[in-house]
Design a protein around this ligand. Structure first.
Ligand SMILES: NC(=O)c1ccc[n+]([C@@H]2O[C@H](COP(=O)([O-])OP(=O)(O)OC[C@H]3O[C@@H](n4cnc5c(N)ncnc54)[C@H](OP(=O)(O)O)[C@@H]3O)[C@@H](O)[C@H]2O)c1
Length: 259
């Protein structure tokens, strides 16, 4: 399936999982459109990649930034075959003490951007009968997340939305994949203010593992990719166990770290 991907657009390509996916795509011969706010980081990555790249500086928390990227996705000039909705952020702590502006940005980037960019990309993909979309969720999307309530809910949204769109286009040559990584070593934890000790290093994956697993799963036409085996136990276990149990266990673990 990736054989027919000539050009991909990756949001959140200035760091972490997005930069790793851009590198892995370029290594597989795919041209990449790099999207994020930090232009310097994007330009450095563009210089490093062997394939042709474009840099699109956009703030996805802002409707103007989302429109800019949506127009690029809808463009018939140098069409984009693969959209990777990866940009995202988290906010940790009790909801009552969280900054309302950060919560707003979280919902705009993790939810509004994913919906609007998926909607912008799909008509061209369906008309050209090729390519697809990878939406980055999280294992956090499989169970209620006390003390990261908004983040977990945005990822539950991404999961439901992506699996639904997967079914809508299933009979076409266009493929949609939900990528649900577990804890991965990136800038995410610092940006989100994750308390020290919440995620033990032994359970933390690398961005290269996530990027390779995602592109292999897309190529294989799978609907969902949870890269690490231990995370698959969490994701699938959470679908079997009652949420009264999973949310209480999660709350009691998190309460130890959150003041
Ligand atoms: N790391 C984990 O443990 C983990 C686990 C599961 C799922 N995920 C998901 O994986 C995705 C990537 O996370 P990561 O771990 O790679 O985090 P990261 O290292 O913090 O990178 C986040 C990326 O998102 C971009 N971004 C944030 N706000 C943006 C905005 N307003 N407009 C445009 N771009 C924005 C950042 O670019 P700029 O700051 O330059 O704009 C950056 O490139 C996210 O969706 C996250 O929820 C991460």
């Amino acid at each position: 399936m990736t054989a027919r991907i000539r050009r991909a657009l990756v949001t959140g390509a200035s760091a972490g999982i997005g930069a790793a996916i851009a590198r892995e795509l370029a290594a597989r011969g795919v041209e990449v459109v790099l999207v994020a706010r930090r232009s310097e980081r994007l330009r450095e990555l563009a210089e490093e990649l062997a394939t042709t790249t474009e840099v699109l500086v956009a703030d996805l928390a802002d409707p103007t930034g989302r429109d800019l990227v949506a127009r690029r996705l809808a463009s018939v000039d140098r069409p984009v075959d693969l959209l990777v909705n990866n940009a995202g952020l988290g906010v940790y702590g009790a909801l009552a003490s969280q900054d309302p502006d950060r919560i707003r940005a979280l919902v705009e980037v993790n939810v509004a951007a994913v919906v609007e960019l998926t909607r912008a990309a799909l008509p061209g993909l369906l008309a050209r009968e090729r390519g697809g979309i990878i939406n980055v969720g999280s294992t956090a999307g499989y169970l209620p997340g006390p003390y990261s309530a908004v983040y977990g809910a945005t990822k539950a949204f991404v999961r439901s939305f992506t699996e639904a769109v997967y079914e809508e286009v299933r009979a076409t040559p266009v493929h949609v994949l939900l990528l649900s990584p577990g804890v991965t070593r990136t800038e995410f934890q610092d940006v989100a203010g994750v308390p020290e000790g919440v995620f033990p290093p032994a359970l933390t994956g690398t961005v290269d593992q996530v990027a390779r697993a995602a592109l292999d799963a897309f190529a294989a036409g799978r609907p969902v990719c949870v890269p690490a085996a231990a995370d698959r136990v969490v994701a699938y276990g959470a679908q079997i166990l009652p949420s009264a149990l999973t949310r209480r266990v999660r709350a009691s673990v998190m309460r130890r770290y959150v003041a």
